[in-house]
Design a protein around this ligand. Structure first.
Ligand SMILES: Cc1cc2nc3c(=O)[nH]c(=O)nc-3n(C[C@H](O)[C@H](O)[C@H](O)COP(=O)(O)O)c2cc1C
Length: 173
């Protein structure tokens, strides 16, 4: 049984996209799929000074630990996140920074895990997908060369949507 984690950065259209993706995997007996929405956690903005404070107290805040545990216990990752200003949204950048500091090795949450990058954005989300693919690869994740894109004007085509998810399912099994 593979633990597949869908991470939605925001709680609106990216969470809806996450739920649609989860429905696909709920039909697979050998995949245990769950969703987290980063907006449901209380994550402070990463600053070295704050990290130092947490280290002096010998623990990170509970919500950082919770997100870390979700990532560590997953076998594969699907990311649903909007493009902001031609790049990665601050909530996602922030969580990546915390996870890389809260784990024993900075790549522990991502290393050797297959990732699929998806986006519901105002436009086609290409800058986010490209930029985040580079970052995930740097963190040791194996990023699929296809993505699922929803825009304000257009939902993903059903055949394409299922085709990408079928391919990802075959890769992680
Ligand atoms: C600060 C900010 C910057 C944005 N920049 C972009 C952008 O560069 N490209 C784009 O396609 N959409 C951009 N958008 C639109 C979001 O991608 C879009 O509203 C998305 O659907 C939000 O995701 P959500 O519905 O899950 O909250 C931006 C939105 C905000 C708030």
């Amino acid at each position: 049984m593979k633990n597949l984690l869908i991470i939605s950065s925001t709680k609106n259209s990216n969470l809806e996209l996450s739920k649609d993706i989860k429905k696909f995997f709920d039909n697979k007996e050998d995949v245990n799929c769950s969703i987290i929405s980063l907006e449901q956690f209380d994550l402070p903005l990463y600053r070295p000074e704050l990290e130092e404070k947490f280290k002096n107290q010998s623990h990170f805040p509970d919500d950082i630990e919770k997100v870390k545990d979700f990532l560590i216990s997953s076998d594969a990752l699907i990311w649903c996140s909007p493009e902001y200003n031609g790049g990665i949204s601050p909530i996602l950048t922030n969580v990546i920074a915390w996870i890389s500091r809260a784990t024993d090795d900075w790549r522990d949450g991502f290393k050797d895990k297959h990732s699929l990058v998806c986006s519901s954005s105002g436009g086609n989300g290409t800058n986010f997908v490209k930029g985040f693919t580079i970052q995930l690869s740097y963190l040791g994740s194996i990023v699929m060369d296809k993505s699922i894109i929803k825009t304000k004007k257009k939902d993903p085509e059903k055949l394409e949507f299922e085709g990408v998810l079928d391919q990802f399912y075959n890769i992680i099994n």
